[in-house]
Ligand binder design. Structure first.
Ligand code: ATP
Ligand code: MG
Length: 874
């Protein structure tokens, strides 16, 4: 093997790691030789080369086309939060977001003479290179802050003037005022506010008001970069420090006070404690803000161990430790997704003070339209079915979309024959044709715990590596980490429509619930890196301007995607969770989750990227409703696995729900009381729940069997086979065995579907009638045993109905099989041998085990990965 071969091998292994398809990789390496960069370029540009139509169809959208104002929650006299309804939301959305006129302040925050933590003793002038413009500007402290001891009674006016000057907003929101008031009183503050509500302003304004530095701890370089860039544009100097920062001088300048705001990743701050103490003494530190603070909690969905060490901030910046401080430097912790449990954990882990003020707005986002749809989400035929509308939307203005056949048809056909067929048709043709697989349910008998064929062959480590589950902080490298404050824009001159104009535009906008969606960009979240590439490739071949985003792709590519996405050059980003937290782009119209998210926290966080301009946006979850979701592979302790299962189970229940408003379910998950009955937008509110059914007979039959198998004598009539019962008792029957037994024993149910019973078991568990016998936390109950209330239910009056809304999996199995509302019908005529024969034949045909396709994957022994794979499969 020559030297070149070895290099190619390594390149191939790296590209496989990034998620590229082996056929693309081979083609690329063949075409460009052993160069990683060229190979990536070749693969990524392949779609563009093929996508001749895309370049002519860039939809130009402007962020300021319609400026809506987000609805905010209000406190009712009872002190409870009340969410705005759609009508109120619309009214608010029709108000101008940006205006020159001073808005009336509606929150009654007391105006005191607030003192801020100050420097005692002689003022230290930081050692700076004052020749630089940047430094000179950084020290342009607003005149009213020159006497930094006193911000004054009218701090609210000052703050409003500042946000008008720098950002063009008319006034602070109510919760922002509350947070600022707490800061002015040197209180720690926990801010729980919806995605897109404007939490960043809460820690940015103190830097302007006090003239001191604000230090922000943030989990991702891309997030810090985005925020610094925006601040720079609004005349506020900022920088970020961390592993992604390659310019060493930025850190030095930051520690000598050259920037208003310093963003730091959690690992870096631990190393900077001493210099920050000096900074606190010289220019002063107004506060430490811990953004996305749910990352602190082991109970959260996005735990970062380094966040847990941030308690060092409280220990190192106390007034009793640093003599020049009059007050502890306040901590401000902010998140949009924290359950009650996570909140407690945050307060404890960060050692926040006893007097910490919690400021909470409603988590409700009244313009987000949530829905759940069934899809196998696994094959090209699902892509064709699920994305035809999206393709039509983004390509409808093209005169003719010329879709080329894949250069190498053989390599394409390995996906499915549908790929090639779809590729040579235009999108419209594809959309109009009935490509849809009518029997799209996956009823292969499984408990949902089965690994996919791939999972069986590949190592856990490989799979873990294919899922961007634990995000590292340096997700992006950026050549410039400092952002000079530019003079703020004059909002009168920058073409922003005046309020009359805005009002007229808002009036022209159809009401939210009429369902018209603007053509803004879409983010599609997929579970694995591989899928980011396959789906984006699929979309680009149909003329959509789409790009993949996953943590393993070259940073230059990720940077480019960020840029094009923010500049409205991309229509779709297909991403893993690496593209999530904090992304603040106003006009994202659709967030599609293609596959089960791992938690409702992650789901709501990612969905929160949509509709930040207050206009209607869709949040669609496509998931295989007939399968129980599994955890994505990751290294977890036993305790973490339990928690992960619990979170996944909550997410599964969200998908299975057919009767409760989805927005209500989501905000209640975060511990908020939903004051309205319904959001009037989600699929449940629009379509209404399914017909309610009395399942007393079915529930009793299942419960009796469960009880009998746990030795409850009163239920013995169910099984006369003592021997079998004894055997089952010893090895704790699982739900599958129980349902098989039930179908054997009771002819009425002989052709019923396991998935239907699994749904019923879940409902019985939720009502507290059964629980998992081995005390394991699972996504779906597996070893049911009766509870006391379950046994009481069995003794209750048989005539009393047991009303149930069938859940999504039950409905699905009813739709594709026979209607279950007619269980008893099924029993009719059973005595007739011919009817019996026909039915059993039908049943046999329908339950025939599907042959699994023989795997075509043969490890390539000339590659590192191939050899590893061959070793593992031995
Ligand atoms: N007082 C205000 N008036 C009008 N718009 C505001 C105000 N404060 C913030 N905004 C706007 O709200 C948008 C969202 O702000 P921000 O990114 O701070 O949200 P967030 O609460 O941090 O959301 P996430 O949890 O998703 O990070 C921004 O575009 C910002 O300009
Ligand atoms: Mg934010």
């Amino acid at each position: 093997m020559g030297g070149n071969d070895i290099t190619s091998d390594q390149i191939i292994a790296e590209l496989v790691d990034m998620g590229f398809d082996i056929s693309d990789i081979t083609e690329a390496v063949k075409a460009v030789g052993p160069s990683l960069d060229n190979a990536i370029d070749f693969i990524l540009n392949d779609s563009h080369r093929n996508n001749t139509g895309a370049s002519t169809s860039v939809v130009c959208l402007t962020n300021n086309k319609v400026l809506g104002k987000r609805a905010t929650s209000s406190l009712q006299p009872s002190g409870k939060m009340r969410q705005p309804n759609i009508t109120e939301h619309l009214k608010l959305a029709s108000e101008p977001k940006r205006s020159k006129t001073i808005g009336l302040c509606d929150a009654s925050v007391s105006t005191k003479n607030y003192l801020i933590g100050h420097v005692e003793g002689p003022e230290v002038t930081p050692a700076l290179d004052t020749s630089s413009d940047l430094c000179a500007e950084a020290f342009m402290v607003p005149s009213y802050c020159k006497d930094e001891h006193i911000i004054g009674f009218d701090w609210e006016n000052k703050a409003n003037n500042l946000i008008r000057k720098h950002f063009g907003f008319s006034s602070l929101k109510g919760f922002q005022k509350e947070v600022l008031a707490a800061w002015l009183e040197h209180q720690d503050c926990l801010v729980l506010a919806a995605t897109g509500s404007g939490k960043s302003l809460c820690f940015q304004i103190p830097a302007l008001l006090s003239g001191k530095v604000v230090v922000v701890i943030s989990p991702l370089i891309s997030l810090m970069h985005d925020q610094c860039l925006k601040l720079g544009k609004h005349g506020i100097s900022a920088c970020f420090l961390g592993s992604g920062q390659i310019d060493r001088s930025v850190e030095k300048k930051a520690m000598s006070g050259a920037y208003n705001i310093i963003y730091v990743c959690p690992e870096t701050i631990l190393r900077l404690i001493k210099p920050l103490q000096s900074l606190a003494e010289s220019r002063g530190i107004a506060l430490f803000a811990i953004d996305e603070v749910h990352c602190v909690s082991k109970w959260g969905h996005d735990f970062r161990p380094d966040y847990r060490r941030l308690s060092v901030l409280r220990e190192s910046f106390r007034a009793d430790k640093l003599k020049f401080l009059k007050f502890d430097i306040p901590l401000m912790a902010l998140t949009a997704t924290a359950t009650t449990h996570v909140r407690e954990d945050i307060l404890k882990s960060l050692c926040m003070s006893k007097g910490t003020k919690t400021v909470m707005t409603s988590f409700f986002r009244p313009n987000l339209r949530f829905s759940v749809q069934h899809s196998r989400t696994s094959s090209l035929s699902s892509y064709e079915k699920d994305f035809s509308e999206l393709i039509r939307l983004y390509t409808k203005n093209k005169k003719a979309v010329h879709i080329l056949t894949p250069k190498n048809p053989e390599s394409s056909s390995k996906y499915s024959s549908g790929w090639l067929n779809a590729s040579i048709r235009g999108p419209d043709e594809m959309c109009n044709n009935q490509l849809h697989d009518t029997n799209d349910c996956d009823f292969s008998d499984d408990d949902g715990y089965l690994a996919s064929p791939n999972e069986k062959e590949l190592s856990v480590q490989y799979l873990e590596d294919d899922c961007d589950q634990v995000q590292e902080v340096d997700d992006l490298d950026v050549s410039c980490g400092e952002f000079r404050g530019q003079p703020p824009l004059n909002f009168n001159d920058c073409g922003t429509p005046d309020s009359q104009n805005l009002l007229r535009k808002a009036q022209e906008t159809p009401p939210l619930h009429q369902g018209h969606l603007d053509e803004g960009p879409t983010i599609i979240y997929v579970p694995t890196r591989k899928e980011t590439l396959s789906l984006s490739k699929f979309l680009t071949r149909f003329g959509v301007k789409a790009a993949a985003y996953n943590a393993k792709l070259p940073k230059s590519h990720l940077r480019q995607v960020h840029k094009e996405f923010h500049e409205d050059e991309l229509q779709v980003v297909v991403a893993t969770i690496a593209f999530g937290m904090g992304i603040d782009k106003s006009n994202v119209r659709r967030i599609i989750h293609y596959g089960w998210p791992q938690s409702l926290e992650a789901y709501y966080q990612e969905a929160g990227r949509a509709g930040r301009d207050g206009k209607l946006a869709d949040c669609v979850l496509y998931a295989n409703l007939s399968r129980i979701p599994t955890l994505l592979p990751s290294q977890r302790s036993e305790e973490q696995t339990k928690r992960a299962h619990k979170m996944l189970s909550d997410c599964f229940r969200y998908g299975m729900n057919t009767s409760c408003c989805r927005a209500k379910m989501l905000v209640q998950y975060f511990g908020e009381e939903f004051s309205q009955q319904r959001c009037l937008l989600c699929d449940v509110c629009i379509n209404g729940p399914p017909e309610i059914q009395d399942l007393k007979v079915e529930a009793t039959t299942l419960l009796q069997l469960i009880a009998a198998n746990h030795g409850h004598e009163s239920c013995q009539n169910v099984s006369s086979d003592d021997d079998l019962k004894g055997r089952i008792l010893k090895r704790k029957p699982n739900i599958r065995a129980l349902v098989s037994r039930l179908r054997e024993q009771n002819h009425t149910f002989s052709a019923t579907d396991f998935i239907w019973w699994r749904g019923l078991a879940r409902i019985l568990e939720d009502r507290g009638f059964i629980r998992d016998g081995d005390n394991m936390i699972r996504v779906q109950i597996k070893f049911p045993e009766p509870t006391d209330s379950g046994l009481r239910f069995l003794k209750s009056d048989l005539q009393r109905p047991f009303h149930v809304f069938p859940e999504a999996d039950m409905l699905l199995s009813m739709k594709t099989r026979k209607p279950y509302s007619s269980f008893s019908e099924w029993g009719k005529g059973w005595a007739d041998p011919e009817i019996r024969r026909q039915r059993l034949e039908r049943k046999r045909a329908s339950t025939k085990p599907r042959k699994r396709k023989a795997r075509r994957h043969r490890p390539d022994l000339s590659t590192v990965r191939g050899r590893l794979s061959a070793k593992l499969s031995k």
